[in-house]
Design a protein around this ligand. Sequence first.
Ligand code: 2NL
Length: 346
Amino acid sequence: MSTADLDIARVEADATKALTGASSLADLEDAKTQVLGKKSELSQISQRLGALDPEQRKEVGQALNAARARVEAEAAAKRDELEREARSRQLEAERLDLTETMGGPARGHLNVVTQTYERLEDLFVGMGYTVAEGPEVETDWYNFTALNLPVAHPARSTQDSAYLDLGEPESVLLRTQTSPVQIRLMESQPPPIYAIMPGRVYRRDTPDARHNPTFSQIEALVVDRGITFGDLAGTIEAFTNAYFGAKMHSRLRPYYFPFTEPSAELEVTCVICEGSGCRTCSNTGWIELGGCGMVHPNVFRNVGLDPEEWSGFAFGFGIDRLAQVRHGIADMRVLFQNDIRFIEQF
Ligand code: 2NL
């Protein structure tokens, strides 16, 4: 075994080490030039072959070619490996996930009062009622006179109602209730009538926990033959069960409204204590929601209906108030302040 052989083994080992140590394709190119190029140790040994005798030249030459072939194979393998690594790094960096979605802009939702409108409409439509609408600017006739409100009634005062500077003084106003829509309905179509009128009404109230100058009201009107107070009470109980749940009940207590006779105040089981008595219901177990009664004969006469032939009932309550009671909202004013932290809860 010649010293040249030993040299070849050492040179091959060094070359292999230099190649496998390359950490990038550029590194590998440098290492290849260094271990396989013209100035490499392998090339230098080749150049010295001519000085050997033929026997030795053949032997060393073969060993040298074999070593160079292995080093070249090692370089090619290393190149493959580095290329694979570079490709997967690039793929990872440029990864495009076609299943990824952007979500889009956040969507809002209807205000809790609007949601209450819609639930009420759904509920009454489900009971066979139609939904009627009318103007928010009304005449004294539709808002008061036709409803049997005497001329001296306090609701007519400029302290309670918002009159417009239009026509005769105190003849046009922002409606203080939705009842004028009921008058218009009775004028425009013959009975039977089973209808609700939701809408905005206006009163010159100072805002507090239970009042706001602008609020929403819903009234129901039934006009048919042989309608009784029992129909009224049953309808209100059915509504209470449907809207609040089967555990909730209604009760009617004598009251006075000029447009109904007899009239009653409408109360439902306290949602907070479910009737056992608490601070919210002043220990009565009941919460006042609105009013109701049998349509006054004068109201029928005012729209040209014969009170001997037709009878009916009406009831009304505040929609904001209903939302307040149902959701246990302590102060009604938050319904109109549009604080996003409140609005988002519904
Ligand atoms: C309440 C009470 C009520 C009516 C509204 C009415 C309408 C006509 C005839 C007779 Cl056309 N009555 N509406 C009757 C009783 C009570 O509302 O506290 N609302 C907030």
